[in-house]
Design a protein around this ligand. Structure first.
Ligand code: SF4
Length: 207
C-alpha cells in the first residue's frame, strides 16, 4: 500500500508503522476525503459577509454580480497570495534575524557563509569592497526588508530569473513592484465590489 506513495525510504517505513497501528496520515485522510464538488470547481465564494455564494447553475452570479469565472479567478488568486505570503514571510524573518545579528541583538546567530552573504549583497546592490562582514550583513538585511514595503519599480530579486522570462513579465506589465504590495493588491482586488474581471484578477495573481 505504501509503495506507490513515496520514494523516500524513511517515509515508507513511517507509513508502514502508521498503517499497522491505525494512525491517520495525510495520505489516508486524502483517500477518505470526498472533495466538495462546488469547492473543487472554485465555484463557492465566501469573500464577503453577503455570501457564501454557491454558483451551481449556468449563468448564475453571486450577490455582488460576480460570474463563475470571476469567483474561480478570485479563489485561485487568493491561494497564490496566501502562498506568496507564507514563503515571503519566511524570508522576512530571516532578514530580521540577520539584522538582529548584525546589530548585536542576537548573539547566538552569526554569518557562517561569508561567500553567500557577498553573493546576496550583489543581488541587493549592497557594496562589499573593504567592508566588515557584519556591516555588509546589516545593509543586506535592510535592503531585503525594504523589498517588502517597496511601492514602485521592480523587486531586486527579479534579476535572478532568466533574462527572457524577465522580459516576458515586463511586456505583460506583471514585474512585481514589492513583496507585500502584490499580496495586498490581490486581496484588495478580489474583495467584493472591486475587480469583477477574471483576466485582470489572474494577471494580478501572476504578478
Ligand atoms: S464577494 Fe460576491 S460572490 Fe463572493 S460572497 Fe460576496 S457577494 Fe457572494
Amino acid at each position: 500500500m505504501t509503495n506507490n506513495k513515496t520514494i523516500d525510504p524513511t517515509i515508507k517505513a513511517m507509513l508502514e508503522i502508521s498503517e499497522a497501528e491505525g494512525i491517520s496520515t495525510a495520505f489516508s485522510r486524502a483517500e477518505a476525503m470526498k472533495p466538495c464538488p462546488i469547492g473543487h470547481k472554485g465555484a463557492c465564494c465566501g469573500n464577503c459577509s453577503m455570501g457564501p455564494c454557491r454558483l451551481v447553475k449556468e449563468g448564475q452570479t453571486g450577490i455582488c454580480g460576480a460570474t463563475i469565472e470571476t469567483v474561480a479567478a478570485r479563489n485561485f488568486a487568493r491561494m497564490i497570495a496566501a502562498g506568496a505570503s507564507a514563503h515571503s514571510d519566511h524570508g522576512r524573518d530571516m532578514a530580521l534575524t540577520l539584522l538582529a545579528a548584525a546589530e548585536g541583538e542576537a548573539p547566538d546567530y552569526t554569518v557562517r557563509d561569508v561567500n553567500k552573504l557577498l553573493e546576496v549583497a550583489e543581488l541587493l546592490d549592497v557594496p562589499t569592497k573593504d567592508r566588515e562582514t557584519m556591516e555588509i550583513a546589516k545593509d543586506v538585511a535592510e535592503s531585503a526588508l525594504a523589498q517588502f514595503g517597496q511601492q514602485k519599480g521592480e523587486i531586486l530579486y527579479l534579476k535572478r530569473a532568466p533574462k527572457k522570462r524577465q522580459e516576458v513579465w515586463r511586456r505583460a506589465g506583471i514585474a512585481p513592484r514589492g513583496i507585500d504590495r502584490e499580496v495586498v493588491e490581490v486581496m484588495h482586488r478580489t474583495h467584493v465590489g472591486n475587480d469583477q474581471w477574471y483576466e485582470s484578477i489572474l494577471m494580478a495573481g501572476l504578478r
